[in-house]
Design a protein around this ligand. Structure first.
Ligand SMILES: NC(=O)c1ccc[n+]([C@@H]2O[C@H](COP(=O)([O-])OP(=O)(O)OC[C@H]3O[C@@H](n4cnc5c(N)ncnc54)[C@H](OP(=O)(O)O)[C@@H]3O)[C@@H](O)[C@H]2O)c1
Length: 434
């Protein structure tokens, strides 16, 4: 085999970045591989309106992805369409045609990664998905190869650039959430429908994949407790700073004797921790292993070029394995021993909390809240109130000592029903320095 031939489906952000790198960096890629990685065909519905980089040479264009699957000379299919409908068809058809797959699709791999790997292994092909989580950070390779000799006990990450950008702007300029979101949409950092980003669903898919890789378990998005950032306001950053913390949409996976705790939610993290310094559209992942202890990975989470690098690097790796005659790889989802690390309800974990209230001011409020905490056997840690001019919408904060999350949530539900509450209390977990 002279070349390894690639067919690319999807020429949007990631597909165009991938093509540009394959064209511009072709000489270096060939030098590193020792053979050529040839783009044989590309596909998108509007492909005939697109011009391709000339240096790619002759490339077949089609609007019908099945043509790529039917071509016996294409060895690897890059699925860069996204979503779980057409993308799933492309992936399943690739497995049936025994063509290895490179994908950037977090949604599909989070939902059915283990099943896809199962079928791919039986078909004797490879699946590579580095671009699906934290585009520019090679975290799959780290978990599958770089630190695979360790026993991962915990993983935390900032995995959604849009929500991190919004939180960073609220913190920096003290602007309200709605204003910052509107500006992010205007600048193209947030989509017209921002739900997946700001309500945590995008980060949840990514955490499902990383936790599955880290713990060798079949973990799906619905296993993960998820809350978004809509209720975070500038006042929360003021209080968080007073407490030596900042607020991040934190993706967290922690292994215990009984199983794993998984969550995506706004969390107070100490300003002294390395994750606190991850700003704007950047992503980062911190991993703790039993033997290697702490490692940290940082980089761009999205964008045509960073994600394109991940796709091209995957194509190179899969191509090398095809040339070496060993395309099959061991599934990263070691689901043969399912259940060892089963997901646990977060209500069973112990955690400190930041409780922010907005109340109609009157005597006896702290006593009423402290009474509810005492009933639930929860120890109050601190009460903070910044100077405020308003008495009918008065914000203040109580922090509580680590307690069973279920007790904290029951207390918060009781507090929400008190007649002086202007809005339900905001309860955010508080991380301690590790
Ligand atoms: N954007 C990022 O920075 C980023 C980062 C990491 C991972 N990802 C993942 O990468 C994947 C692609 O994302 P993207 O941002 O590149 O999406 P995008 O810009 O919307 O591109 C999607 C491409 O798929 C094509 N397409 C859609 N339906 C098709 C069909 N039935 N047949 C053939 N082509 C079809 C679209 O073109 P036509 O309309 O012409 O068909 C378009 O070229 C997703 O899984 C995403 O989650 C993206």
């Amino acid at each position: 085999m002279q070349h390894v031939n690639v067919g690319i489906v999807g020429l949007g952000n990631v597909g165009s970045g991938t093509l540009n790198i394959l064209a511009e960096n072709a000489a270096e890629i060939t030098r590193k591989l020792g053979f050529r990685l040839q783009v044989k065909s590309v596909c998108s519905r509007s492909v005939h309106e697109k011009s391709l980089p000339h240096s790619l040479g002759p490339v077949h264009k089609t609007a019908n992805w099945r043509e790529l699957l039917a071509d016996p000379d294409i060895h690897i299919i890059a699925e860069l369409v996204g979503g779980v409908t057409v993308a799933r068809e492309i992936v399943e058809a690739s497995i049936a045609a025994k063509k290895s797959i490179v994908t950037a699709n977090k949604e599909l791999m989070a939902l059915d990664g283990a099943g896809i790997w199962d079928r791919a292994i039986r078909a004797g092909i490879n699946v590579a998905m580095e671009a699906s989580v934290a585009g520019g950070i090679p975290i799959h390779t780290v978990l599958r190869e770089g630190i695979s000799g360790d026993h991962v006990t915990a993983l935390q990450g900032i995995l959604n650039g849009t929500s991190n950008y919004i939180l960073t702007e609220i913190e920096r300029y003290g602007s309200p959430f709605r204003e910052v979101l509107a500006e992010a949409q205007r600048l193209g950092y947030a989509e017209a429908d921002p739900t997946a980003d700001i309500d945590g669903f995008d980060a949840r898919s990514k955490l499902a994949i990383l936790a599955a890789l880290a713990f060798g378990e079949r973990i799906v998005p619905s296993d993960i407790h998820t809350e978004g950032i809509r209720r975070i306001s500038p006042i929360d950053f003021q209080y968080a700073h007073r407490l030596g913390h900042t607020i991040k949409l934190l993706c967290s996976a922690r292994r215990t004797h009984d199983g794993v705790f998984l969550s995506v939610r706004p969390t107070l993290i100490p300003q002294s921790t390395i994750l606190a310094s991850v700003h704007g559209a950047y992503n980062a992942i911190w991993v703790r292993g039993r033997y290697g202890e702490d490692t940290f990975y940082y980089g761009r989470g999205a964008g045509p070029n960073p994600t394109g690098v991940a796709v091209v690097s995957d194509l190179m790796r899969v191509a090398r394995e095809i040339r070496a005659g060993s395309p099959e790889r061991v599934s990263p989802f070691a689901h043969e021993r399912l259940g060892e690390n089963r997901p646990l309800p977060i209500s069973r974990q112990k955690c400190a909390f930041y409780l922010r209230f907005k109340v109609q001011d009157r005597p006896g409020i702290i006593a009423a809240l402290a009474g509810i905490l005492a009933e639930k056997q929860i120890s109050l840690d601190a009460v903070l109130q910044l100077p405020s001019e308003t008495k009918h919408d008065l914000p203040f904060v109580i922090t509580i000592e680590p307690c069973l999350e279920q007790a904290a949530q029951e207390a918060v539900a009781r507090m929400a029903a008190l007649d002086f509450m202007v809005e339900p209390p905001l309860a955010l977990p508080m991380e301690r320095p590790l």
